[in-house]
Design a binder for this molecule. Structure first.
Ligand code: SF4
Ligand code: FES
Length: 290
């Protein structure tokens, strides 16, 4: 998949304090002059502290909106407000066409990873008060933009599925004989962090290697493989099968330990560490046959 996030800099809408609470001039033109008055009125109603956000806009399906740009919004600040809250306010109060994904609002579903002030972050986990203004909100880099803040996640999901992200058992007993498959406390501790992944894609978007090698499995998929490869209950044979997938040309050896994935992961998963550990496991596996 090509990486087609449009280059926003040159398309940036001019900043105008009089546009408080309003869209960019280009957007207003699209909607007709009446909207300008309406937004100006709403802006004038805002009292107290506001937050200035600049949101990336792009809609390939609407004539006149195919050119990427930034729209400025000023939203009322509330204690505890997150980046997601701010774009939701902008959408609900100023421009219902503003498009982004979100669901749980509590860092569980992984659907609202954005590029905020130059870093991959989860919208619902990022406090607006921790950021410099204007807060610049863009779609995840190195992904194709579908519309506004929505990126195409298909390639990310494909890579996740490449590592067979489900529990496999060497000798699954017949259904009637199924028993609880217990795991030791130590083993649970070992894979605990890897199991926190919420499939947000922030790590993949931050990875220079993934940006240059479309076939690289990427940190999230490798971490997912780690979760199962390190689970004692799967058995040695399946572990070897997993390591064979991981040691392929575009697998673990591509990682250059830049730590960008680890730095952006909203669930604090030590991704680089897990990748290095799998490299060691792959070497150990091969040593057996020498
Ligand atoms: S490893 Fe972290 S950054 Fe990557 S997809 Fe999972 S939760 Fe998101
Ligand atoms: S909305 Fe679900 S993780 Fe942010």
């Amino acid at each position: 998949m090509s990486t087609q996030q449009a280059e926003p800099e040159s398309q940036e809408a001019p900043e105008d304090p009089a546009m408080k609470g309003a869209e960019s001039p280009a957007a207003e033109e699209q909607k007709g002059g009446g909207m300008v008055d309406e937004h100006a009125e709403k802006a004038a109603e805002l009292e107290g502290e506001t937050v200035h956000i600049k949101v990336f806009r792009y809609d390939p399906e609407v004539e006149g909106k195919q050119e990427p740009r930034f729209d400025d919004f000023h939203v009322p600040f509330e204690k505890g407000m997150t980046v997601l809250d701010s774009v939701m306010y902008a959408r609900d109060e100023y421009d219902s066409s503003l498009t982004f994904r979100h669901s749980c609002r509590q860092a569980v579903c992984g659907s609202d990873a954005f590029f905020v002030n130059g870093k991959q972050r989860l919208g619902c986990k990022t406090q607006i008060s921790d950021l410099e203004q204007p807060v610049r909100i863009e779609p995840l880099p190195h992904q194709e933009v579908v519309k506004d803040l929505v990126v195409d996640m298909d390639h990310f999901y494909d890579q996740m599925h490449t590592v067979e992200p489900y529990f496999q058992d060497e000798d699954t007993p017949p259904v009637d004989d199924l028993e609880e498959q217990r795991q030791s406390q130590e083993n649970r501790e070992k894979i605990k962090m890897s199991s926190r992944c919420i499939w947000c894609g922030a790590c993949m978007s931050s990875c220079n290697i993934a940006a240059g090698d479309n076939e690289y499995l990427g940190p999230a998929a490798i971490n997912k493989a780690y979760k199962f490869a390190m689970d004692d209950r799967e058995g040695e044979e399946i572990k070897e099968h997993r390591l064979r997938i991981l040691e392929q040309e575009h697998g673990v050896w591509r990682c250059q330990t830049q730590f960008s994935c680890t730095e952006v992961c909203p669930k604090d998963i030590p991704l680089t560490e897990h990748i290095q550990e799998l490299k060691r496991e792959a070497v150990k596996k091969n040593l057996k046959f020498w």
